[in-house]
Design a protein around this ligand. Structure first.
Ligand SMILES: [Zn+2]
Length: 132
């Protein structure tokens, strides 16, 4: 499964890589991936932690799932989300590192860096079944 040497990929692979890049190209989706890196989670948890409407979070999750970054698993009445693999974890770790450097070098517009707006993140104030 090690295809790192075949880049640039064939058209099908390129399309899949573009879907992944597209999925990554949104701050909220990156925040979702970061939360899923901490632990698998229900939509409710992501909604609570990010302070956004559930419909919005669900849309972002659908994009992440289509790109194959996230796996959804039905659990009774609800769905549990998790990162697809350790590779996805490496990917978001890399992106946070790069964001940190960019932010330190002042290459991001004011207020959009790592220390920018927190999107209403409220650690420890989630009432989803897993946080109870
Ligand atoms: Zn929770």
């Amino acid at each position: 499964m090690d295809k790192t040497n075949t880049f640039p990929p064939d058209p099908e692979q390129a399309a899949q890589a573009a879907a992944i890049a597209y999925a990554l190209a949104h701050p909220v989706r990156l925040q979702i991936l970061q939360l899923l890196d901490e632990s698998e989670a229900y939509v409710m948890h992501l909604t609570n932690m990010l302070g956004r409407p559930q419909a919005n979070i669900s849309q972002h999750l659908a994009v992440l799932r289509e790109a194959g970054l996230v796996i959804a698993e039905r659990e009774g009445m609800t769905v549990l989300y998790r990162l697809r693999s350790a590779r996805v974890r490496e990917l978001i770790g890399l992106l946070s590192d790069l964001a940190q450097y960019a932010s330190a070098e002042g290459t991001l517009p004011r207020g959009r860096g790592r220390r920018g707006r927190r999107h209403g993140r409220r650690q420890g104030r989630c009432n989803c079944p897993r946080c109870q």
